[in-house]
Design a binder for this molecule. Structure first.
Ligand SMILES: *Cc1c(COP(=O)(O)O)cnc(C)c1O
Length: 427
């Protein structure tokens, strides 16, 4: 078994040569902790904090006039942020708006673009997607008078229970499918699907396709516009560090602009005419049309700061470091932790890997509790997955090394056995 000191040496070297290392100091890292949970809730940056205080200040000083006055008039905030976020998903500026939550945006997109015709009325999803996505899809089918059981068809997982097989997804894209909704990166295993290939396959079969980019945005580059992706949604409180309850992203390809929103509300109006207060809505001509009500300014403000870091650091550099971090984890698991009964449940091929590594162990819940007690913050996903997300903007290679050193101690001393095996809390 190699010694940890050689890993520490390697980590030190990697940190020395890390072009993104300078951003770590811009974030509030929880005191004394090694935070590896940025794929659940990203950390606060000083720039985000400042952006939030600026919006509070505009409220303090301007009151109602903040909608149209000040440095960043609130009335245009959602569209402005959408423009700033567009490069992260490879969209045109007018194709993205910051609005709602992921789940609400899924409802909006399905309500808008699910147009069953005759026997082409099924929605294609997968069994490994985040539950909220499936709940939303099922309730949309029921609202249309269809059956959640028969009309939602889910691609099964491979025998390991971790991954989806892209060819199997394509094989299920038949003439009964009207719309497909798939995760770009699977939230548990971290598998990254080939969005370009699957989008093309869907279109060749007359199917509209949308992507849930919650676990890919901010970790993986996207080229939605170029791939012709029809629509997408993602949350911003994970890798994009917008804070708890941060407002989500929504993308609609230009070719669909002008399609009436399925769930209409006055903030989807043409901005120049919204205050005519007409009884008939005049929808906007860009992705802004799919907003519903008044934007949640205070939960959007932190994105101003956070997106400025992404714009500066660049997605390619972020992706490169992220892969190096998960590669480093793979190496340590292979050389040290397989002998403790750990397995990795994430694709090794970088083209198929998102931003985190799933570490599997039969005692994963107890081990993740022990890790927390020892100052390492991972998260646990039942039944046996510990997710480790080293985030390129604020984690170092030494972080990863130190976390794994503590894990080894927990295993050597069997400390995890002191923790309960039932689960209740938010992790
Ligand atoms: C995090 C996540 C969500 C959360 O949706 P909210 O509406 O923000 O609660 C939904 N889907 C996926 C795939 C996620 O990873």
């Amino acid at each position: 078994m190699p010694s940890f000191s050689s890993f520490f040496e390697e980590a030190w070297e990697l940190d020395q040569n890390d072009p993104l290392g300078k951003y770590r100091g811009e974030f509030y890292l929880p005191d004394g902790k090694i935070y590896l949970d940025g794929n659940s809730l990203g950390l606060l940056s000083k720039r985000s904090e400042l952006a939030l205080t600026e919006v509070l200040d505009s409220w303090k000083k301007l009151g109602i006039d903040g909608w149209v006055q000040g440095k960043r008039p609130w009335f245009y905030f959602a569209e402005d942020l959408g423009q700033k976020m567009a490069p992260l998903v490879g969209a045109r500026p007018e194709e993205v708006v910051v609005t709602g939550s992921t789940t609400v945006n899924i409802h909006q997109l399905v309500a808008t673009f699910y147009r069953p015709q005759g026997s082409r009325r099924k929605i294609l999803a997968d069994v490994l997607n985040f539950p909220s996505d499936l709940y939303a899809l099922k309730s949309q089918l029921i609202l249309h008078g269809y059956s959640a059981e028969e009309d939602l068809i889910c691609v099964p997982s491979d025998p390991s229970g971790r991954y989806l097989d892209e060819d199997e997804i394509i094989a299920m894209m038949n003439e009964e499918v009207a719309l497909a909704w798939l995760p770009a990166v699977l939230y548990k295993s971290g598998q990254l699907l080939d969005m370009e290939k699957l989008t093309k396959a869907a279109h060749e079969r007359g199917i509209l396709i949308g992507w849930d980019a919650c676990h890919s945005v901010g970790a993986v580059p996207h080229r939605f516009a170029e791939w012709g992706v029809d629509f997408a949604a993602w949350c911003t409180y994970k890798y994009l560090n917008s804070g708890p309850g941060g407002v989500a992203g929504l993308y609609v390809h230009k070719k669909h602009h002008g399609t009436k929103p399925g769930l209409a509300g006055w903030f989807g109006s043409d901005k120049e005419r919204q205050f005519e207060m007409a009884p008939e809505m005049i929808p906007g001509s860009d992705a802004g049309a799919y907003q519903i009500g008044t934007p949640h300014l205070l939960s959007m403000a932190p994105l101003i700061g956070s997106l400025s870091i992404f714009a500066e650091a660049g997605m390619e550099a972020i992706r490169k470091k992220s892969l190096m971090l998960t590669d480093f984890l793979f190496k340590m698991v292979d050389q040290i932790f397989s002998s403790y009964g750990f397995e990795t449940g994430t694709p090794r091929n970088p083209k198929q890997r998102g931003g985190h590594l799933a570490l599997e162990h039969p005692d994963a819940l107890q081990i993740s509790r022990a890790l927390k007690a020892e100052g390492v913050i991972p998260d646990f996903r039942p039944p046996n997955v510990i997710r480790l997300a080293p985030v390129a903007l604020y984690n170092s290679f030494i972080d990863v090394c130190e976390a794994m050193k503590r894990l080894k101690q927990i295993m050597d001393e069997k400390k995890y056995q002191h923790y309960p095996t039932e689960s209740k809390e938010v992790t």
